[in-house]
Design a protein around this ligand. Structure first.
Ligand SMILES: Nc1ncnc2c1ncn2[C@@H]1O[C@H](COP(=O)(O)OP(=O)(O)O)[C@@H](O)[C@H]1O
Ligand SMILES: [Mg+2]
Length: 290
C-alpha cells in the first residue's frame, strides 16, 4: 500500500520560540486511511497539520529538521499552492480562512483559481452547500455568520477543492452535537470514496466509531499509534495525558471493577451492548429493545 503522508524525524521550532515544538515526529498515513489524532492542548497538533500543507516551512519560517512527504514528494520541493491541491485543511479558527464577502464566493474562490467554467463552479458550489447543510447561507457574508456556521463554511470551501487528503483540525469545536455527528459522517463518506482523512479532535466516541487508526501526540512526539481498540486499551498513558476515554470504555472498566471478566474491550455502543448481554446484565431488557 502506498503512503499518502510520510513524516520522518520531524522537528520544528517557530521563528520567535526558544524550544522545538515538534520533537521527532514519525508518522506514516496509508492511502485511504482515516487517522484520528488526539493529544493535550499545546502538544503540537496544529503545528503538525501546518507541516502537511507546507505552511511550515514555506509560510511560517522557523527551523524545520526532518522530512514530510505527501504522495512520495517532499513538501520542501513543493509550493503551498501545489500542496493545497492535494491537502485541504480546515483549522479550528475559521476567521483565518474566510477571505471573501459571500459564502458562495468563499466556496467558489479556489475553483475559479483552477480555471473551472462558471457552470462547473456553480454546480460544485451547490453540491458542497447542500452536503454541509448550509444552502440557506449562500448569500450571507461569512463575517456575519456564527462561529459554528463559519466552521461549516470553511469545511464546504475545503471539500470543494477535492483534495486527496482532508485534515480537520478541531474543526467541529463550535458546532452543536448533531452537526458534529454530521461532520463525522461526511468525513466517513469522503473516506469511503477513497480520500485520506486526518481528524484532530477530542470527540473520542466518534473517533472510536469512525477512525481506522488513532495516533496520540504528546510533547511534540507520537506517543502511541494503532487501531482504536489497541489505543483506547492503553488506559494509564491516556489518563496521564489527561485524555478522556470513550464512555463505553469507562463503562466496561466499571463493570470489570465489579468483578466481571471483560474479554475484548468494547469501544462502540453496539459492542458495549453485546458485552452486557454476554454478561447477563440487564439482558432481557436490552434484547426486548432490539
Ligand atoms: N506562531 C507561533 N509562534 C510561537 N509558538 C507557537 C506558535 N504557534 C504555536 N506555538 C506554540 O507551539 C506549541 C504547540 O502549539 P499547537 O501546535 O497549536 O498545539 P495544539 O494544536 O496541540 O494545541 C504551543 O506551546 C504553542 O504555544
Ligand atoms: Mg490546535
Amino acid at each position: 500500500m502506498g503512503y499518502a503522508i510520510e513524516v520522518s524525524g520531524l522537528w520544528y521550532k517557530y521563528p520567535t520560540a526558544k524550544d522545538f515544538v515538534l520533537r521527532g515526529v514519525d508518522l506514516r498515513v496509508g492511502l485511504g486511511e482515516f487517522l484520528g489524532i488526539l493529544g493535550p492542548t499545546g502538544s503540537g497538533k496544529t503545528t503538525l497539520c501546518m507541516c502537511l500543507n507546507g505552511l511550515i516551512p514555506h509560510y511560517a519560517g522557523g527551523e524545520m529538521i526532518g522530512e514530510v512527504k505527501i504522495f512520495g514528494k517532499s513538501t520542501r520541493a513543493k509550493t503551498i499552492a501545489e500542496l493545497s491541491k492535494r491537502v485541504g485543511i480546515v483549522f479550528q479558527d475559521p476567521d483565518s480562512q474566510l477571505i471573501t464577502s459571500s459564502v458562495e464566493d468563499e466556496i467558489a474562490f479556489g475553483l475559479r483559481n483552477r480555471g473551472l467554467s462558471e457552470e462547473e463552479v456553480g454546480r460544485v458550489v451547490e453540491e458542497c452547500l447542500r452536503r454541509i447543510g448550509i444552502s440557506h447561507l449562500r448569500g450571507r457574508a461569512p463575517q456575519t455568520c456564527s462561529g459554528g456556521e463559519k466552521q461549516k463554511i470553511a469545511i464546504a470551501a475545503t471539500i470543494a477543492g477535492r483534495p486527496d487528503i482532508i485534515v480537520f483540525d478541531e474543526a467541529t469545536s463550535d458546532l452543536d452535537p448533531i452537526s458534529v455527528r454530521d461532520v463525522f459522517s461526511l468525513a466517513s463518506e469522503l473516506h469511503e470514496s477513497g480520500k485520506t482523512i486526518i481528524f484532530v479532535t477530542h470527540e473520542v466516541e466518534l473517533l472510536a466509531e469512525r477512525a481506522t487508526k488513532i495516533a496520540i501526540l504528546a510533547d511534540g512526539r507520537i506517543l502511541l499509534e494503532g487501531d482504536p481498540r489497541s489505543v483506547f486499551s492503553r488506559l494509564e498513558e491516556l489518563e496521564e495525558l489527561g485524555l478522556r476515554l470513550p464512555q463505553v470504555v469507562q463503562l466496561a472498566l466499571g463493570i470489570g471493577r465489579m468483578g466481571h471478566a471483560i474479554g475484548r474491550l468494547p469501544i462502540t455502543v453496539e459492542e458495549a451492548r453485546d458485552l452486557l448481554i454476554e454478561l447477563g446484565l440487564g439482558a432481557d431488557e436490552l434484547r426486548n429493545r432490539g
